[in-house]
Design a protein around this ligand. Structure first.
Ligand SMILES: Nc1ncnc2c1ncn2[C@@H]1O[C@H](COP(=O)(O)OP(=O)(O)OP(=O)(O)O)[C@@H](O)[C@H]1O
Length: 285
C-alpha cells in the first residue's frame, strides 16, 4: 500500500481518559501477556467494501517487542496502521466491528484527538524519510511544532535522541549538515531518533530494515533491543530471522486473519498451527 508521508512522529497522552470518564480495559489480558498496553478486540477492517482484517483479537504487552509476520497481503501493515489511525488518511477505510484500546481508551472514539494519539504512538516506515533539512532540524521538528524554543532544551533532546538511536558518535560533528547526506542505515536511525525525540510510548515499525544492508540491519536490530527498555515496539517484518532475533512475541497472519499469537520461541520452535509451521519453515509465503 502507498506510504503516507509521516508527520514527525511524536507522543504523549491520548487526550481524553479522565475528563470524559472513559472506562478502563474491558477484555482480559491474553494469557501470558503481562500488562497489555494495546488491546485489539475483535477488529474487522475495510478498504471500501473490501475486508482486509477479520476478527482480530490480540493484546500487546508494554515494553516488549511484538512482531507481525505473514505472507504479502495478509494485513500486517493494515493492522499496524490501525494502531495510530494512519489508515484514516486513506479514503473509504473503516473499522467495522471491534475496538482498539490503548491504556484502556478506545482510540477510535470520536473524542480522541488523533494528532495527540500519533504523538503517543510514533511510526518508523520501510523507507527512511528524513526531511530535507539538517540532522538537528529533523530531530527538533516535532518539539518545535509543540512550541519548544529553548535552545538548551532542544540541544539536550538532540543529543539524547541521537544517543538513544545509536547515532550520536557518527553525527555529532555534523549536526547542521543535511540529513540527506547520511547513509541509508544512518537515515533510518535518524528517523528512529526523530520518533523518540517526542517521547512516544509506542513505536510502530513497518519493515524498518527492508531497504538496509546486513550491517545496517544489525545496528537497527541492536537498537530495537535497547529501545524496548523504554518503549513498547510493534514491528512488521518479512524477515523470519529478524522476528526470531528481535521480538518477544510474534503474531502470524494469513489472509487477513490472525492464525497464531504466542511467545516468539513458541512460534518458531513449536508452533501450534500447521499453517504457522509451514510459513516459518519457509514452505509457503
Ligand atoms: N490503500 C489500499 N486500498 C485498498 N486495499 C488495500 C490498500 N492497502 C492495502 N490493501 C489491501 O489490504 C490487504 C492487506 O494489505 P497490507 O498491505 O496490510 O498487507 P501486508 O501483509 O502488510 O502486505 P506486505 O507484506 O506485502 O506489505 C491486501 O489485500 C491489500 O491489497
Amino acid at each position: 500500500m502507498p506510504e503516507p508521508t509521516d508527520s514527525p512522529v511524536t507522543v504523549r497522552q491520548v487526550a481524553v481518559p479522565t475528563q470524559i470518564g472513559f472506562s478502563p480495559a474491558k477484555s482480559p489480558a491474553a494469557p501470558g501477556v503481562p500488562r497489555p498496553m494495546i488491546e485489539i478486540d475483535d477488529v474487522d477492517f475495510f478498504y471500501g467494501t473490501s475486508q482486509a482484517l477479520h476478527d482480530i483479537t490480540l493484546n500487546i504487552a508494554e515494553k516488549e517487542v511484538t512482531a507481525f509476520i505473514g505472507p504479502s497481503g495478509c494485513g500486517k501493515s493494515t493492522l499496524l496502521r490501525c494502531l495510530n489511525r494512519m489508515n484514516d488518511l486513506i479514503d473509504g477505510t473503516r473499522i467495522g466491528t471491534g475496538q482498539i484500546r490503548i491504556d484502556g481508551v478506545d482510540i477510535y472514539d470520536p473524542r480522541v484527538d488523533v494528532i495527540e494519539l500519533r504523538k503517543r504512538v510514533g511510526m518508523v516506515f520501510q523507507k527512511s524519510n528524513p526531511f530535507p533539512k539538517s540532522i538537528y532540524e529533523n530531530i527538533t521538528y516535532g518539539l518545535r511544532i509543540q512550541g519548544e524554543k529553548r535552545k538548551t532544551r532542544l540541544d539536550e533532546v538532540v543529543e539524547k535522541s541521537l544517543r538513544g538511536a545509536a547515532l550520536w558518535e557518527e553525527v555529532k560533528d555534523r549536526l547542521h549538515q543535511s540529513a540527506l547526506g547520511l547513509s541509508g542505515g544512518q537515515q533510518q536511525r535518524l528517523c528512529i531518533a526523530r520518533a523518540i525525540a517526542v517521547e512516544p510510548e509506542i513505536i510502530l515499525m513497518d519493515e524498518p530494515c527492508s531497504a538496509l544492508d546486513p550491517i545496517a540491519t544489525a545496528k537497527v536490530e541492536e537498537l530495537i533491543h535497547v529501545l524496548k527498555k523504554d518503549f513498547t515496539i510493534v514491528i512488521v517484518t518479512h524477515n523470519m530471522q529478524q522476528a526470531a532475533r528481535c521480538s518477544d512475541r510474534t503474531a502470524f497472519f494469513y489472509l487477513g486473519k490472525l492464525i497464531e499469537y504466542a511467545e516468539t520461541r513458541t512460534i518458531f520452535m513449536n508452533p501450534g498451527n500447521p499453517q504457522t509451521e509451514a510459513y516459518v519453515s519457509g514452505r509457503f509465503g
